[in-house]
Design a binder for this molecule. Structure first.
Ligand code: SAM
Length: 458
């Protein structure tokens, strides 16, 4: 299998686009507003902007694009860690064989059910299953685990979308994974720079760079048409990683006709046993992270951008304006820690420790609508179908009402105190729905929710 990340080309592009003129940057910014995306060369020009005033122009444009495509919605989810027992050695990771200095944990069905109950009780509807790489985390185990999550009920609540972040598998296993009814399969390349990759992944199956690079291809071949990619920022030069993410996107578009559903932008955080995690080889400042997110928003406007609780609340509150479309909230990164309040070290430090309700409340005071929507994959709006609707802007006619319906359901079941405070926000959002029929139906469905109906969507 060929390495489709041409490092030389990326370095050349970054070198050739250094110190861009204001005029050149303006031309690219204007092009991005057509919402057709940018080439890696154009993205490189923006990544090479260092002047504050020019950066602010890029941030304002990202904000404008985010508002046009995603409105004021923000999708919420939580990770569910199944295991911290790992056969890899990744120098930056707290679960690494050589770094882990706490007990190993692998959740059984009861453990998974307990964790799921605890997450449902907070109001979550979307989970991201995460596991370290371990022979015990095979497809038989995963099928059971996902079934347990979907079968678990607590009060009125249940989990309606399970996304997955686990080690690559063979096509046959990916097919079985697809049949469990997952949403997105996501996997981060960590670093696209091969030499750095080899230095960081010293042993275990993960040390195979190419195998990891092609994992999303295998998932796509197995019919999982929503895949997520990402890089762990701090391991290598962030400009290189952003361009590589764009080349990865182009590769998936070329081969499967659809790019990644999401891009994640995790930044290295301190982790038990890892000195690299506390001293990133290529530190990424807050301004750099803002630039990464803004440039991605301009370059791939219809790809979701995911931000985790690795970042602190203050910074997250800035980044949600720049193009992030999904955030995790109330997260724990140690298996079993939602249901037991035992303190122990997770995979890495969490900087935003607010509960889901605190995050939701904060979002609404900023005019954002928290969305727990899980409708797209349940109605077949995935992969190319999703992009076909998203690109002409048609997806909005589903997303906005679905965000309101799931938020209303959350308020009724988990946060009645906030319901009073957000009445005006919800009714002004209903008024904003352009199509009169959809507007009327949304109001009708909201009334049905208050009469006890649940899980209503378009
Ligand atoms: N087994 C899966 C795999 O092969 O990717 C899951 C890996 S891990 C549980 C999920 C992600 O956490 C990794 O892909 C990595 O990007 C991120 N991660 C690892 N160590 C980290 C650290 N110290 N700080 C922030 N993120 C970290």
């Amino acid at each position: 299998m060929k390495n489709f990340i041409n490092e030389e080309k990326i370095f050349d592009t970054l070198g050739e686009t250094e110190n861009p003129s204001r005029k050149h940057v303006e031309t690219i910014i204007n092009k991005s507003l057509e919402l057709k995306g940018l080439s890696p060369e154009e993205a490189a020009v923006l990544l090479n902007c260092e002047e504050k005033a020019v950066l602010n122009r890029i941030f304002e444009t990202a904000k404008q694009i985010k508002e046009t495509i995603y409105g004021n919605r923000l999708v919420l989810f939580a990770p569910l860690y199944l295991s911290n027992r790992c056969i890899n050695n990744c120098l930056y990771c707290g679960f690494s064989q050589d770094n882990l200095n706490s007990e190993t944990r692998l959740l059984d069905a009861d453990g998974i059910c307990g964790e799921t109950r605890a997450l449902i009780s907070q109001g979550h509807k979307r989970l991201l299953i995460v596991a370290a790489e371990d022979p015990a985390i095979n497809i038989d185990y995963l099928e059971e685990a996902i079934k347990t999550v979907y079968d678990t009920k607590e009060g009125n609540g249940d989990i309606r979308r399970v996304n997955i972040n686990i080690a690559p598998m063979e096509v046959e296993d990916f097919k079985r994974l697809k049949n469990t009814g997952i949403g997105t399969y996501q996997l981060f390349q960590e670093t696209y720079h091969k030499e750095t990759y080899n230095q960081q992944h010293t042993s275990g199956p993960k040390s195979d760079y190419i195998k990891r690079l092609y994992a999303c291809d295998l998932a796509q071949s197995a019919g999982i048409d929503d895949v997520g990619i990402g890089a762990l920022f701090g391991l290598y030069n962030y400009k290189f990683e952003v361009l590589a993410l764009l080349y990865h996107t182009m590769h998936l578009e070329e081969v499967f006709g659809v790019g990644p559903h999401t891009i994640s932008v995790p930044r290295l955080e301190p982790a038990q046993g890892s000195s690299i995690a506390s001293n990133p080889p290529y530190p990424v400042s807050d301004t750099d992270l803002k630039k990464i997110i803004a440039v991605l928003r301009l370059a791939v406007p219809y790809t979701g951008i995911i931000l985790s609780t690795r970042e602190n609340a203050v910074l997250r509150n800035e980044l949600i304006y720049l193009g992030v479309s999904q955030i995790s909230a109330g997260s724990k990164t140690l298996p079993g820690s939602y249901s037991s309040n035992k303190k122990a070290e997770g995979q890495f430090n969490i900087s935003d420790e607010r509960s889901l309700s605190e995050v939701v409340e904060d979002m609404t005071t900023r005019g954002f609508i928290p969305s727990f929507c899980t409708s797209c994959y349940r109605t077949g709006r995935t992969g190319e179908n999703f992009m076909d609707l998203a690109k002409p802007g048609d997806i909005k006619s589903f997303c906005q009402p679905n965000a309101l319906l799931t938020f209303e359901e959350y308020l009724l079941d988990y946060n009645p105190e906030l319901a009073e405070k957000t009445k005006a926000l919800i009714s002004s959002e209903i008024d904003k729905i352009r199509d009169p029929e959809v507007r009327q139906k949304t109001s009708g469905k909201i009334k049905s929710l208050s009469r006890g109906k649940r899980d209503l969507y378009f």
